[in-house]
Every structure is written in structure tokens, then in C-alpha cells.
Design a protein around this ligand. Structure first.
Ligand code: AHR
Length: 331
């Protein structure tokens, strides 16, 4: 009962956060909930490398529970082989649909072909795949991951107002669709500013521990006082980098500007404390959008858009304390 009440409060908060609380949206969600009620859905999740990822899993379960969906979650522990195994197991169990958050973008054609042959629709969550055959999946619910990088890059350019800036970049998991995109977008965002250049880039695998390790390496490799900003492909790596900066006697947020992606509660806390400067939101509420489109598709064959795009909003320290309060129980 206590858990139910907490979930109820979280769902209300989520509706407020995502703007899904309007009458039309709520009505549609309720209808979809009814149609989706009997569904069994397999979710091949990447793992729990970041706070964002954990929140996505939590919300997928919460939204499934609200709609009476029987959700089977498989944690791949960052291994594509485990995801392929899980998808095959879901096919063998005869699930009604599969959600896939693909750890890397390549190598999915064979197993998704098997799902297609079994007539099981697949919806991609938060990352895209490389395939010459888009019929292998029904829809993809993701942000515009190039735009996320652009938003971060543009913010940096406007904040610097012409000041020279040597940027270090901490990338996510190499091979994931969004990593190349977040890099490309950021480069586009700073392309108008000759005063801003990326001087080092390395993968921190989307984890706090690796983000810290990579930042420690950057600080050692660069002459003291020459790093002007850090761009991290997610907030968790930035939290690790902040720790590395502090341990090196630097002041993150002022000595070195800090911009990252996700908008998890801890980055809002860091912003409120003056340790970080900006984050671009990636909503963890991916699954509810997938449930809605699957319900409609299963009900009467309604074809969803191939890409359901989630927004990429920039958050700054002025709202950080309030955002932290609003989000802290969601994660
Ligand atoms: O695919 C979404 C990314 O994966 C998030 O930005 C990151 O935190 C997560 O691990």
C-alpha cells in the first residue's frame, strides 16, 4: 500500500514533468492502458550504468504496473550477447512485444529478423540501431541525440562570450548510436566559435567511476590551468569528473565549466552547490510512450511514427534547487 502510494505520487510528478497530464493525453493514456492490459512485454535493458538508466527501468516497471502489463525485464550487464539471448528467450516465450535499449548500434539484424518472423513487434528505447531494414522494428522512442550535443555546445559558446576555451570531452560507451551523435552535435554547436576547441576526448563508459578516472587523466595530461570546460555525455560521468576536479584542488563550475546530458537529480544538486553549470534533459520516461503506441498497434493496427522524439531541454543553476526537489524521488 505504501509502495502503491509512492508510485502514485511519482506518477503524478512524472505527468507534471512530461506534460502528459493534460486531459487529451491522460484520456489517451487511459484508453491505451485498457488495450495494453493483457499484454506481456519483454524488455531487454542494457544494465544500470547510470542514474538515468536505473530511472528508465524503474519507470518502465511503474508504467507497466499501472496499465496491467506483464513486463519481463532482462538486465544485459552492458553485453550485446546477453541482449540477443534475452530477445531469443522472449521470442520463445511468445511475448506480445519487445522493448530493446540497444547497448551498441550494430549487429541486430539477425535477432530482430527472428522477432519479425515470429510476428513480435520491437520498439527501440533511447538508442537507435544501424540497419538497412527499418521494418525490423516498429518504432524508436528516443531524443534527438545530435541536438542534445548542439544544445550543450551552444550553451558553452554563449556563456564564454568570445573567451578562449580548451574543452575536454568525456564520451559514453563507444559503439552506441548516441555517442557519435552527442559528439557530432557538440562539435556543430561550437563550430561557429573559433575560440572554443576540443583538446581531449575519451570514453568514460557512462559511469561515475570511469568519468572520474578519465578526468583525472585529463588533469594530469594538461598544463595546470589550461582546461576551461568539460563536456560529458552524461551526468554520472560529470559527477565523477567533479570529484576528480575537487581532489585536484580545482573548483568545478568556476575554474572549469561543466556541461553534461541527462538531468538526473545529482547534477541538479551539483548545480545548486555551484559545482556544475548546465545539463540537457533526456527524459527517462521512454517506456510509457512505447506502451501507448503498442496498445494502439495491437488494438487496431495503428501504425506509430517510426521515431517518437522526446525533448532536449537545457537546465541551468537558477532552477536547480527546485528541480532537485521535484525529481529526487523519481530516481
Ligand atoms: O541511452 C541513454 C544514455 O544511456 C544516457 O544518457 C546515459 O546516462 C545512459 O547510460
Amino acid at each position: 500500500m505504501k509502495a502503491f502510494a509512492k508510485y502514485g505520487a511519482m506518477a503524478l510528478m512524472l505527468a507534471a514533468m512530461t506534460g502528459c497530464g493534460d486531459k487529451g493525453g491522460a484520456g489517451k493514456a487511459a484508453d491505451a492502458g485498457k488495450a495494453a492490459g493483457a499484454l506481456t512485454i519483454g524488455f531487454s535493458q542494457i544494465g544500470s550504468e547510470s542514474g538515468w538508466r536505473a530511472a528508465e527501468t524503474k519507470l518502465a516497471k511503474l508504467e507497466a504496473e499501472k496499465r496491467g502489463i506483464n513486463l519481463k525485464v532482462s538486465d544485459a550487464q552492458q553485453q550485446q550477447a546477453n541482449q540477443i539471448k534475452a530477445i531469443r528467450s522472449f521470442i520463445a516465450q511468445g511475448v506480445d512485444a519487445i522493448l530493446l535499449a540497444p547497448v551498441i548500434s550494430s549487429g541486430w539484424d539477425e535477432v530482430l529478423g527472428e522477432a519479425k518472423a515470429a510476428n513480435i513487434p520491437v520498439v527501440l528505447l533511447d538508442r537507435q540501431i544501424d540497419t538497412a531494414d527499418p521494418s525490423l522494428y516498429l518504432s524508436a522512442v528516443t531524443s534527438d541525440t545530435v541536438e542534445e550535443g548542439r544544445v550543450a555546445g551552444r550553451w558553452l559558446v554563449s556563456t564564454l562570450a568570445g573567451r578562449d576555451c580548451r574543452v575536454v570531452e568525456i564520451q559514453g560507451t563507444i559503439g552506441a548510436s548516441l555517442v557519435a551523435n552527442r559528439k557530432k552535435g557538440f562539435e556543430e554547436g561550437i563550430s561557429t566559435a573559433a575560440n572554443v576547441q576540443i583538446v581531449r576526448t575519451q570514453s568514460g563508459e557512462f559511469t561515475r567511476a570511469k568519468g572520474k578516472e578519465v578526468m583525472e587523466g585529463f588533469i594530469k595530461a594538461e598544463a595546470p590551468g589550461t582546461i576551461c570546460a568539460v563536456y560529458a555525455h552524461n551526468d554520472d560521468m560529470m559527477i565523477g569528473a567533479i570529484q576528480a576536479m575537487k581532489e585536484a584542488g580545482l573548483k568545478p563550475g568556476s575554474d572549469i565549466l561543466a556541461v553534461s546530458i541527462d538531468a538526473v537529480p545529482d547534477i541538479f544538486k551539483a548545480m545548486a552547490d555551484g559545482d556544475a553549470n548546465a545539463t540537457v534533459e533526456l527524459t527517462p520516461d521512454m517506456a510509457s510512450r512505447a506502451y501507448d503506441l503498442l496498445a494502439a498497434y495491437k488494438k487496431d493496427g495503428t501504425q506509430p511514427p517510426k521515431w517518437v522524439q522526446t525533448p532536449s531541454t537545457l537546465y541551468l543553476p537558477d532552477t536547480a534547487a527546485a528541480e532537485y526537489e521535484r525529481r529526487k524521488d523519481l530516481y
